[in-house]
Design a protein around this ligand. Sequence first.
Ligand code: AMO
Length: 441
Amino acid sequence: MERTLIGDLKSKAGERVLVQGSVSVRRDQGKMVFFDLRDRSGMAQGVVLPSEDLAMVVAKELRPEFVVAMEATVTERPPKNVNPDVQNGDLELHIHAIEILSKAEIPFELGSEVNLDTHLDHLPFTLRSEKSKNIFKIQATIAEAFREAMRGEGFVEFQSPSLVGGDAEGGAAAFKVDYYYDQKAFLATSPQLYKQMMAGVFERVFTVCKIFRGEKHATTRHLSEAVCMDFEMAFIKDHHDVMDMLEHTIKHIVAKVIEEHGDVLQKMGVEAPLIPAKFPVLKLREAQKILGVSESEPDLEPEHERALWEWAKKEHDSDFVFVTHFPISKRPFYTYEDEEDRGYTKYFDLLFRGLEINSGGQRVHDYTELVERIKQKGLDPSKFAFYLETFKVGMPPHGGCSTGLERMTARMLNLPNVKEATLFPRDLNRIDTLLSTDEKK
Ligand code: AMO
């Protein structure tokens, strides 16, 4: 018999079907045994009646998370047993035969409230909970919507290398890797240099790729391995063109998440993001004035980012706010200085619900200036010769930006820790399992 998905049972009333899935709950009531059975399409209740001797023997063995195949008749429930609040609440599977495909031994009940470490210790199991499945389905939609928005604007997707010769960000600690012939390579901290090279090829490019950051941060927003959604576009006037493109992309992502997962957001008690007609924009110094912080500070602290969210909500009905014009001394060598505001860059951060989810801006495209900027950062231009060829062979004014997928997901769903929005988070203490003290030395 062909498998029927639980989500399709409604159309099979009165028929005998084969369903396959996992047992969620078993309830024994008198001489009957009830189950909740789930597959990728949903959940249904099954019952083994006392007359089904053979099925009953197997039924008594079943425990939560056993994987089974069941032959059953799709039966309408008597009106007094109908539950309109659940999927398939008006039908029941009358089970005739059960085959156990896999037994299960579980550490705790699926979906139990456990602390983050316990959740992470048992990811192969806890990722199966409704909450986790919803988080990562929404994350998949975010990445898909990003790609969709980019393609709609004529961007070409490219694959960026993860093994690189150096650190593009000049500061973000890169993980060293043993390469051939006693050479050292690094894990990419960003696709930055490659997306610029590719903007020279296609004008408009994007990538969804892994970045690796070896900063020793133990915070709710830092990962050692993250997914970034980057784009780069040529022939821009300035950073505003990049911000407009990013805003368009973010709006498309939010709309698609609401369209496809509005019911889940509601169930999770999450408000849809506040989206104004135009995201508010503040120069860093304007933001600092609002916050009452010294304008000599080169960046915002996490509590400032949260305070700016309050400001954006109150003044602009927005969960998003751009902050621009960071001091050039604190930004990477490729950032463009504002000719009309010397010492400050045409660079921005986008804050979403009080957390930086994106950075970007206009890049230096003049070869001579770029070499000079590399030197000013105390770096050796000869180490960047490969990248610099892009500019020797002619490069239009261009810019781009990068959105952290996990951070975006976490803010969309109001998850307090970015690790809850990361399938298999790597941090100071963990690669899947906790690192032993010896490994930490
Ligand atoms: P930046 O270093 O700001 O910019 O990174 C861009 C975005 O990537 C995400 N992100 C992280 N998420 C989790 N853990 C981390 N350790 C981490 N590091 C970064 C954030 C951040 O906003 N090349 C520039 C971008 C550009 O100019 O186009 C860059 O990498 O959401």
